[in-house]
Write a protein that binds this ligand. Structure first.
Ligand code: GDP
Ligand code: MN
Length: 388
């Protein structure tokens, strides 16, 4: 799960990680009010979307006076912000963060995340922070310092020292940095974060170390045990079909191109099905994984979600009935088809538990389904009907 910068900063504050003074605004009037309350200039007006690169895309502006706060809040709120992380369609800005502008001496990069390869928590830090960190990682990776921490041992002073040394910090700045890194480690572990990133982490002209930006991603499988962050979820930032699917505990993935929708059970079968469709000359528009033990209601909901995608010109159902029995699947498909009224061809390949009963239900449903005898036959058929 992703959250906004202003929410990440609330967690930073909870852990005592220094952040600029500021507040989220949901209207221009609120932004002006917060700007006035801050009592200083410049004031930073920042678009809140679940994507980075806002600075370069025009979503972060420094206002020198109250009139500029008004001007920037008005132009950013409601804009479609395009950054290298949003894709070409961009994201509609519905929220702002209004903060005191700080005098930046230097921009650093700092992140902490679990590293699957080593099964450790890794800190990554760089003196070359700011808006071009992707370029640094690609072209001069030696400028990024990595410190691995065994979670069973935990973070120690020497880990923080190594990071501070790598960032060329000493004296009081190193002390401030070490305290901050230790808190971020705790935050990352406490909340099962898959990423905590600060870019830039700034050194101010008056000698403070402050998190100027903040990004936190959580492990979706752990969100259930952190009640306080569940309310941070922002459905405006998620694909509406994926949100609908998650209500039924289904995994729906929308693809950027293609015209074939697929319903499969299990991530492995989903990947194999995508490959087979491509190999047969087709192009997938989406896939929906109904999982191992789906009910007829879940199958019905899933089928409706696939059909609601206007780019879908044909649907392939590829199911190996295990815990999800074929008769249950067939009932779900028939129910959904009756309610939605399918106008497009549906190819179905089904094997496994209760397959005979499943086939009987489909055959007697009166629906116009194309049955395939095996997976490659299914792929050939779906590619052919999608082209026609
Ligand atoms: P991102 O582009 O989405 O990562 O947004 P950031 O929060 O990192 O902001 C982008 C850039 O805006 C930063 O790298 C800074 O250079 C600049 N910026 C943000 N806040 C301030 C501030 O308080 N003072 C100054 N001088 N620059 C700021
Ligand atoms: Mn940033």
């Amino acid at each position: 799960m992703k959250i906004h910068e202003f929410q990440a900063k609330q967690l930073f504050q909870k852990y005592g990680v220094p952040i600029p003074r500021g507040k989220a605004a949901f209207s221009v009037a609120e932004a002006k009010q917060i700007g006035a309350e801050l009592g200083v200039f410049p004031v930073v007006v920042k678009a809140q979307i679940h994507a980075g690169g806002r600075g370069k895309g025009g979503g972060v502006k420094l206002a020198k006076n109250a009139a500029e706060v008004d001007q920037y809040a008005s132009s950013i709120l409601g804009m479609t912000l395009v950054t290298h992380q949003t894709g070409p369609e961009g994201k509609l800005v519905k929220k702002l963060l209004v903060e005191e502008g700080l005098p930046i001496e230097k921009e650093l990069y700092l992140s902490v995340l679990p590293d699957r390869g080593t099964a450790k928590i890794v800190f990554m830090a760089s003196e070359a922070g700011g808006m071009d960190i992707e370029k640094v990682a690609a072209e001069t990776p030696e400028k990024i310092v990595k410190v691995f921490i065994d979670p069973l041992i935990g973070m120690k002073g020497y880990h923080a020292n190594e990071l501070a040394f790598g960032l060329n910090l000493s004296g009081d700045l190193a002390k401030q940095f070490n305290a901050m890194a230790t808190k971020l480690y705790k935050l990352c572990v406490d909340y099962d974060c898959s990423l905590v990133e600060i870019n830039p982490l700034i050194l101010t002209k008056d000698g403070r170390v402050i998190a100027l930006d903040g990004k936190i991603n959580f492990d979706d499988n752990a969100v259930g045990r952190h009640k306080d962050i569940q309310e941070y979820r922002d459905l405006d930032e998620e694909d509406p079909s994926e949100v609908e699917a998650s209500k039924y505990e289904l995994n729906y993935i929308k693809m950027p191109s293609g015209n074939i929708g697929s319903m499969v059970n299990g991530a492995g079968l989903a990947m194999a099905t995508m490959d087979l469709i491509k190999q047969a000359g087709g192009d997938p528009a989406n896939f929906l994984d109904v999982g191992g033990g789906a009910s007829a209601e879940q199958v019905e909901a899933g089928f409706k979600i696939i059909l609601a995608d206007p780019t879908v010109k044909a649907v392939l159902i590829n199911i190996f009935g295990g815990i999800l029995r074929c008769d249950r699947l067939a009932n779900g498909v028939v129910e959904a088809a009756k309610k939605v009224g399918i106008q497009i061809p549906v190819v179905i390949r089904m094997e496994g538990t209760n397959v005979e009963e499943g086939r009987r239900i489909l055959n007697e449903s009166g629906l116009n389904l194309i049955t395939a005898k095996d997976v490659s036959d299914a792929a050939q058929k779906i590619a052919a009907v999608a082209k026609a």
